[in-house]
Design a protein around this ligand. Structure first.
Ligand SMILES: Cc1cc2nc3c(=O)[nH]c(=O)nc-3n(C[C@H](O)[C@H](O)[C@H](O)COP(=O)(O)O)c2cc1C
Length: 215
């Protein structure tokens, strides 16, 4: 165990997958986001659509991983339990941040976002595409509440499977999506000797300005 401390200090690698130049990037950051996501999916990176969502209430940040389920011209969508800790934090402060890291591509994306709930119709549409057991799982979990035992969760699941037997599983009202609308993006491409390429976009959704940052 003591060795891990030394290993942390010595773990290092050079980043040499690619380059990023502010002169070459598209005017619209969503194009670059989609193109980098596409690269990650094509490379078959595990959980290529995963990102760290950070919330902040009363000056206390909190972070967890969720999955991008859609990208529109306005923002990215993810789904969750509206009673969860993250949802309560987003209700208290709808400003959040997003971080995506793809080690195999030496790439990181950061976004500063405003968050709002998706219309119920979109949540219904997405819920209907989920595997049946995930649909029932959404009903069975009071996400972020204390759970007395694993057995309790399994009992909930078994009771719900019975309840929905032969029936369509409808979306619980306490489960749905959020739209994250960015006003700031940073695209980071790792380069050798820590001299990374960083390009930022600032804007309001229709007009964006770009800059290169020191690494
Ligand atoms: C790869 C990965 C993907 C995840 N995707 C989601 C997701 O899309 N929605 C979700 O509610 N939780 C997802 N989770 C679980 C969350 O990280 C988190 O544990 C859960 O949402 C409870 O967070 P909260 O207590 O801050 O609300 C995912 C976790 C991992 C590791």
């Amino acid at each position: 165990m003591e060795d891990i401390r030394k290993e942390m200090r010595d773990l290092r690698r050079d980043f040499d997958y690619g380059t990023l130049d502010v002169k070459d990037v598209p005017e619209n950051p969503f194009e670059l986001l989609k193109s980098w996501l596409d690269d990650a999916v094509k490379m078959k990176i595990k959980d290529a659509n995963a990102f760290v969502l950070s919330t902040a209430v009363n000056g206390q940040p909190d972070a967890r991983v969720v999955l991008i389920r859609d990208i529109t011209e306005k923002g990215i969508h993810f789904y969750t339990n509206y009673g969860s800790k993250k949802s309560k934090e987003l209700a208290a402060n709808p400003k959040a941040s997003v971080n995506i890291f793809w080690p195999d591509l030496d790439r990181q994306i950061r976004m500063t976002v405003e968050v709002k709930k998706l219309p119920e119709s979109l949540s219904d549409d997405y819920f209907a595409t989920r595997p049946r057991m995930s649909q029932i799982g959404a009903w069975a979990s009071a996400q972020s509440e204390e759970l007395e035992s694993r057995e309790k969760l399994e009992e909930n699941l078994a009771a719900l499977e019975k309840q929905f037997e032969g029936k369509e599983v409808t979306r619980p009202e306490f489960w749905g999506g959020f739209e994250l609308t960015p006003s700031y993006f940073e695209f980071w491409q790792g380069r050798p000797s820590r001299l990374h390429d960083r390009v930022i976009y600032e804007g309001n959704g229709s007009a964006w300005t770009t800059k290169r940052l020191y690494p």
